[in-house]
Every structure is written in structure tokens, then in C-alpha cells.
Design a protein around this ligand. Structure first.
Ligand code: UGA
Length: 441
């Protein structure tokens, strides 16, 4: 099928490449000319496992095209995906200007019926707004062309985006149009073998499903972080508790890892947006407000630990930091807990020696050159001349360090672990003090 994707971010680029890979003819449109030129040359703007070869192979095979020409894009696809960003507005609501701008663009150029498929995470009611925008623009042109707006939210995880997109656990399709349903079933048929993964529903339910999924996951994390705080204060071990509750299939082992708080481009933004939606209709989102408050506090826990150990003044101290990305296998630092840690360390006068396997370029872009931040090309190099180590991201490269070397390198022989990577008994055996989340020190 002929498909156009507006927006070449995580969602659009991955979805476009994966659809091309099963044989669809995909055109990706982006207003960023430099990005489009780079993509045409096979350069991928983000770090995402498996994405570069996928894009390169499908581009070379002539199934995946990139353009800045919106008219060409609109002409190409019978299905047109909206995969542009919905950044949070100042008040926390999702900013729809990009989504609505693309809706106008589509309506300006379309000359035959189109199915508009929304993949961006957008508040309930957005499909109606998109439809109204298209209708208005068409009317202004004096054009009478049929169109549908379908909600088809994306559930991929950064760092596993290609794999998630190729093997979706569900394909949520929100539409009441039988014709649009048929088109999307045909589009997704290659991903829907063996058993039916399509969950068909009305548009608004599909829009809410996306927020409910992310809010539920964020809730699990904030919940376990709260219990971790309790465990710590009561002398219990959260890792034992986690295993103890995870064995109940109603709870499950997934997504109950305590840590330095959730980050990334989705959970913080989507929880905020859902709170905003609730408040805008005078419904008090008691749970969501608590989820957000717990996470805001959790993101400060590592820094608080370090300050509690050393006192408020860290002048003269050098802290090694392992991990800057908001999670492993990505260079994304949006809302990363490492940012809270670094700001707090700098505010207290500390020097930071940081290592991340892929996010150091992004960190340099964010923080610029500053004398209290040194980027180190290996985890061990970050320990040179450091007093303590703080671990923020659970990269697998950090899982089995040579603890004797760590102990020799750190002047104060102390590790603050925001991801509970190690067995406290093992770390202690190497003469290190070990503080982690929700476990006795
Ligand atoms: C999340 C969802 O998992 C995807 O299903 C969704 O499609 C996506 O948002 C989106 O809305 O686009 P992502 O933000 O890539 O995906 O990252 P996750 O793997 O979900 O991790 C989010 C954060 O939660 C990370 O900071 C991670 O460290 C933290 N986390 C995760 C925990 O602290 N504990 C856990 O047990 C799991």
C-alpha cells in the first residue's frame, strides 16, 4: 500500500521503516531539510538498535523515500500517518500545533480521498479537532473530498523501537468507519499473523488507551518507588519485596523495578497531559497527581543520598556518574534523572566525571562545555580521581565491573546506585560502601 508518514522522529521514522520493510511503499515527510538530507544519505539522527540498517536497506530498495515536499507527501499515500511531536505546553497540556498544521497541509493538497491515521500521542478529542481542521481547509478551497481520521496509537519503547514495532503485542485501531478499518487491517496484516492483535474501538477510546497505558506503567513505577522508600526506612529489602509481589500474576514482574525515577519523552509528558485533561473537565485525578509527585521526589533521591552522606557542601569533591541517558540503549536525555543529579551536584559545588555509552554527545549539546563536567570514554576512566560513584542508568556495560578496581579508584570507596545493579554483599566484600534504592545500606 502507499503510505505517507509526517514526522521522522522516533515514532514516524521507525513506523515508516518497518512498514517499508514488509513491502509497503512509504514516503516520510519532515520540515527539517537537514534531517531529510541526512536520512537520504543513510544517516540516522537517533540511536536506536537496528534502525540504521533497516532504513538504509529499504531506502536502497526504493520502498522508503524522504522528502520535505508536503504536496508530494500528500499525493503519495492513500494512508497518511501523523507522527509529529506533541510537546507539553506551559500548563502541561499537549501542544497540538504541529498535528493541526499537518492536518491543514493535508487538506490543502489532497485531491482524492485520504485516510488520516494519528500515531502521535494526543488528548482525547484530537481526532475530532483534526477532522474539523481538514473540513474547514477543504471548505475554504471549495473542495468536497471524503476523508477519515483514525486513531492508531504507538506503544513502542525507545531502545527497542524496531523490535516492538515489528512484533506489536497489540494494534489499537480507533475508528467507526468500516472502510478505514479494512485499510488498516490490510496495512497491518504482515504484523498480525498467528493470532489477531487488532483491538478495534471507537476513536476516543483509542486516544485514551494510549494515555491509560503510559499512566498505568508510570503508576507501577511510582508505586514501587514509594514502597522502596518505606522498605529503606523500615529495614526491609525492596528487591525481596519486588520478587515477592511479582510472583502474583496479577501484579507481574515487569515494570516494578525501583530506581531513580522514570524519565524520557513519554511518561512525564503523558502523565502531565492526562492530569491536565482531567482537570480541564473538573475531575480530580487523585492517583495521577500522586504518581507525578512521587516521581518528582524520586528523581532527587540519588542527589539527596550523596548530600546526606557528605553534607550540603560538595566543593572539592568529584563524583563519577555512570549513565546519562534516561534508560539504556538510547541517547535520549529528555527528562532523564541524570539531569536532576548533575544539577544538584553542581549546585553543591561538586565536579562530575561522567560516562555514558552513547549519550555523551547529547549531554554535551545540553550542558555545553563547563569546567565542572568532564566526559570520560569508559566507565573506569570516569573513576580516575573521583571520590564516589553514582549510577543513574542501568546500561549492561555497568553490570559486572571489576569491583577491586572500583574500590582502588574511588577515594571515598562509596557507590550510590540508583538502579540496584549489584548484590550488596558482593560490593561490600570488595571494601566498598554501597547505597542503593530501598535496601539496607
Ligand atoms: C514508554 C512506554 O513503555 C511505551 O509503551 C510507549 O509507547 C512510550 O513510552 C511512548 O509513549 O512513546 P519509553 O519512554 O521509551 O516507553 O521507556 P520505558 O522503557 O517505558 O521507560 C520509561 C522510564 O521508566 C525509564 O526512565 C525507566 O528507567 C523507568 N522504569 C521503567 C523504571 O524506573 N522502573 C521500571 O520497572 C521500568
Amino acid at each position: 500500500m502507499k503510505v505517507t508518514v509526517f514526522g521522522t522522529g522516533y515514532v514516524g521514522l521507525v513506523q515508516g521503516a518497518v512498514l517499508a520493510d514488509v513491502g509497503h511503499d512509504v514516503m516520510c515527510v519532515d520540515i527539517d531539510a537537514a534531517k531529510v538530507a541526512a536520512l537520504q544519505a543513510g544517516q540516522i539522527p537517533i540511536h536506536e538498535p537496528g534502525l540504521a540498517p533497516l532504513v538504509q536497506a529499504n531506502h536502497a530498495a526504493g520502498r522508503l523515500h524522504f522528502t520535505t515536499d508536503a504536496a508530494e507527501g500528500v499525493a503519495h499515500g492513500e494512508l497518511i500517518f501523523l507522527a509529529v511531536g506533541t510537546p507539553p505546553d506551559e500548563d502541561g497540556s499537549a501542544d497540538l500545533q504541529h498535528v493541526l498544521a499537518v492536518a491543514r497541509t493535508i487538506a490543502t493538497h489532497m485531491d482524492r480521498p485520504k485516510t488520516i491515521v494519528n500515531k502521535s500521542t494526543v488528548p482525547v478529542g484530537t481526532a475530532d479537532k483534526v477532522a474539523a481542521e481538514v473540513r474547514q481547509t477543504l471548505a475554504a478551497r471549495g473542495a468536497d473530498i471524503a476523508f477519515e481520521v483514525v486513531s492508531n496509537p504507538e506503544f513502542l519503547k525507545e531502545g527497542a523501537a524496531v523490535a516492538d514495532c515489528m512484533r506489536p503485542d497489540r494494534i489499537v485501531i480507533g475508528t467507526s468507519s468500516a472502510a478505514a478499518e479494512r485499510q488498516l487491517r490490510e496495512l497491518y496484516a504482515p504484523f498480525n499473523r498467528n493470532h489477531d492483535r487488532i483491538v478495534l474501538m471507537d476513536v476516543k477510546s483509542a486516544e485514551l488507551t494510549k494515555y491509560a497505558a503510559n499512566a498505568m506503567l508510570a503508576t507501577k513505577i511510582s508505586f514501587i518507588n514509594e514502597i522502596a522508600g518505606l522498605a529503606e526506612r523500615l529495614g526491609a529489602d525492596i528487591e525481596a519485596v519486588r520478587r515477592g509481589i511479582g510472583s502474583d500474576p496479577r501484579i507481574g514482574y515487569h515494570f516494578i523495578y525501583p530506581g531513580a525515577g522514570y524519565g524520557g519523552s513519554c511518561f512525564p509528558k503523558d502523565v502531565k497531559a492526562l492530569i491536565h485533561t482531567a482537570q480541564s473537565i473538573d475531575y480530580r485525578p487523585e492517583v495521577l497527581l500522586a504518581v507525578e509527585r512521587r516521581n518528582d521526589a524520586q528523581r532527587e533521591v540519588l542527589a539527596e543520598r550523596i548530600l546526606a552522606h557528605y553534607g550540603p557542601n560538595l566543593r572539592g569533591k568529584t563524583i563519577a556518574v555512570w549513565g546519562l541517558a534516561f534508560k539504556p540503549e538510547t541517547d535520549d536525555m529528555r527528562e532523564a534523572p541524570s539531569r536532576n543529579l548533575l544539577q544538584a551536584l553542581w549546585a553543591a559545588g561538586a565536579q562530575v566525571r561522567a560516562h555514558d555509552p552513547v549519550a555523551m554527545r547529547e549531554a554535551r549539546r545540553i550542558f555545553g562545555d563547563r569546567p565542572d563536567l568532564v566526559f570520560c570514554d569508559s566507565p573506569m576512566a570516569a573513576l580516575d580521581g573521583a571520590d564516589a560513584l553514582a549510577i543513574v542508568t542501568e546500561w549492561k556495560q555497568f553490570r559486572v565491573p571489576d569491583f577491586d578496581r572500583v574500590a582502588r579508584a574511588l577515594r571515598d570507596r562509596i557507590v550510590f546506585d540508583g538502579r540496584n545493579l549489584y548484590d550488596p554483599a558482593v560490593v561490600a566484600r570488595h571494601g566498598l560502601t554501597y547505597e542503593s534504592i530501598g535496601r539496607p545500606a
